[in-house]
Design a protein around this ligand. Structure first.
Ligand code: CMP
Length: 142
């Protein structure tokens, strides 16, 4: 078992796909340990995606991620980090396998419905970005 962070992005929230995506993740044996709606500030989006700050799409990505509410969530599951990346599919929905979250719900390479941590180290950092240890402990105990 391990733990990862997903963010259902503003395009999918706006389109009303929040419930369908959470259902798909639960049916894929992920358990939701924390979930909330957030409207990211520019500062938060810039910091979360700082690793991409030199990329040409960075400004547009920050613009998109602050354009409306998103839903960061902590997911537990067997081999959660790598398995979630398989379940969500390739960054570009045109390259995502059939039945993956991005193939079903993403609009484009940027407006791609969902984010998932790419390593256990980044998962720890990204979970800490949105949730305090106390919030996760409270949920674990429950
Ligand atoms: P995500 O998994 O959140 O990680 C970085 C994000 O940058 C990615 O999903 C996309 O939303 C976006 N992204 C990555 N590559 C490109 C690209 N070539 N053009 C536009 N957006 C991109």
């Amino acid at each position: 078992m391990n733990r990862t962070l997903a963010i259902i992005k503003p395009d999918a929230v706006e389109a009303g796909h929040l419930g369908a995506i959470i259902q798909q993740l639960e049916e894929a044996s992920f358990r939701v340990r924390a979930v909330s709606m957030r409207h990211l500030t520019r500062e938060q989006a810039e910091s979360f995606y700082a690793v991409h700050s030199e990329r040409p799409f960075y400004g547009s990505l920050v613009e998109f991620m602050t354009s409306g509410p998103c839903a960061p969530m902590v997911l537990d599951g067997e081999d959660a980090v790598s398995r979630l990346r398989t379940v969500i599919g390739a960054t570009d929905p045109n390259e995502a396998e059939e039945g993956t979250v991005r193939e079903r719900f993403a609009e484009s390479k940027e407006r791609n419905a969902i984010h998932a941590s790419d390593s256990p180290e980044n998962a720890r950092r990204e979970i800490g970005f949105f949730y305090s240890e106390a919030e996760l402990l409270g949920l674990k105990a429950g």
